[in-house]
Write a protein that binds this ligand. Structure first.
Ligand SMILES: [Fe+2]
Length: 380
């Protein structure tokens, strides 16, 4: 078998048997818009080769086997088939009519409290291209959100290809090690170091090229399940650079932690560095790193947003949540706090750093008069 056969194979055909060639041929040409490439023998045709919509089909009269299934991806299925979603050709081939570019299905909000603990002995799930995964939100908030801690133990070239994701939101934060990546119209490949992060806007073509041994990243996406497509036609990097290119209303972001400015956070005694993902997504989502500035009096907050997730990058903090006991969280632990749930962060270590992902970027937050002690009692 020749591994790289693209220069040897000129064309491929799908063979469909049919008991009666003429009516099947008429269906494919008149109803579905295929055209005839070849038909023979002329006096009594038994084979017709037809093509259209990116596929070549060989109809064989008297052939054996299943009549098969053909899926037609249409720009406007209603217009094409008068609302029919499935047709049957005279030879029995099932023809499914589907939307070529279906809009993203976003599962309804289903917020709940999720605490995920990092245990070095936990088994990591094996994913694609030698990557190991920790699922940080196993309930996926009803399928709306996914957060993964991804580890690539072996350094070197990554067996990736140019691809893109059909998503509403996706960001990647470099936690440990380094990774070299390249993005469509965003210039030369670049290296992400710990503290750096990217916003991958919907359908931006990209490729992971190389990484250090022990690379760890945090990836957060919405919705949890999405389609990934390869783009074999595109070579990256490409010459054109358009850093402000619009991708479904979002811009690409490469945030470098080392150059970032720290600003006071809404929680007294903390400061944060913003990744500017809020601006790049027009307020859809925010991503920032938060650290304590000084010892402050403990305060109780809640939010009324769509999503509030944080991951402990360094240090430790005690999380007290209404309906849950106080819990000490350390590096590698993460949490989702649902809307309206009152919580407090106390006993921060000096080196604490939280990675925070919020929807929307201007998360509405309420300050409550209840004390942390009272919140603990509610929890008990
Ligand atoms: Fe990707």
């Amino acid at each position: 078998m020749v591994a790289n056969s693209k220069h040897l194979i000129q064309v491929s055909e799908v063979v469909l048997p049919c008991s009666e060639l003429e009516s099947t041929l008429t269906f494919f040409t008149k109803n579905l818009g295929f055209h005839i490439n070849s038909i023979f023998p002329a006096d009594n045709p038994v084979v017709a080769v037809i093509s259209g919509h990116g596929v070549r089909i060989r109809l064989e009269s008297g052939g054996s086997g299943s009549p098969g299934k053909l899926c037609l991806h249409c720009r406007n299925p209603e217009e094409f088939s008068d609302g029919a979603t499935e047709l049957t050709a005279p030879n029995g081939t099932c023809v499914e009519i589907v939307e070529a570019n279906p809009s993203l299905v976003l599962p309804p909000e289903q917020q709940s409290f999720v605490m995920n603990r990092f245990n070095k002995n936990d088994s990591w799930e094996i994913g694609r291209a030698g990557m190991l995964y920790r699922d940080l939100i196993p309930n996926r908030q009803g399928g709306r959100f996914i957060a993964s801690h991804i580890l690539i133990p072996e350094g070197g070239p990554v067996p990736d290809y140019v691809h893109f994701h059909k998503i509403r939101f996706q960001m990647i934060y470099c936690y440990k090690g380094w990774v070299r990546v390249v993005y469509d119209e965003q210039g030369a490949p670049f290296v992400m170091y710990p503290g750096d992060c990217v916003l991958q806007p919907p359908q931006i073509r990209h490729r992971v090229l190389e990484c250090s041994a022990g690379l760890e990243v945090i990836e957060v996406g919405c919705p949890a399940e999405h389609e990934t497509w390869a783009d074999p036609e595109l070579d990256l990097p490409n010459a054109k650079v358009q850093s402000n290119r619009d991708f479904s209303g979002q811009h690409f972001v490469f945030h470098q932690g080392a150059n970032a400015k720290w600003n006071p956070w809404l929680m007294e005694g903390f400061e944060f560095r913003d990744t500017e993902i809020g601006t790049a997504t027009k307020g859809l989502a925010g991503v920032r790193v938060v650290r304590p500035l000084y010892d402050s009096r403990p305060l109780v907050y809640s939010h009324s947003g769509e999503f509030y997730f944080f991951f402990i990058l360094e240090g430790g903090v005690t999380l007290t949540c209404e309906k849950f006991r106080s819990q000490r969280m350390e590096a590698g632990d993460s949490c989702v706090i649902p809307a309206q749930q009152r919580y407090a962060l106390t006993d921060c270590s000096d080196d604490l750093q939280l990675l925070e992902v919020i929807f929307p970027s201007e998360l509405e937050t309420q300050l409550h008069s209840v004390s942390v002690e009272d919140l603990i009692n509610i929890g008990d």
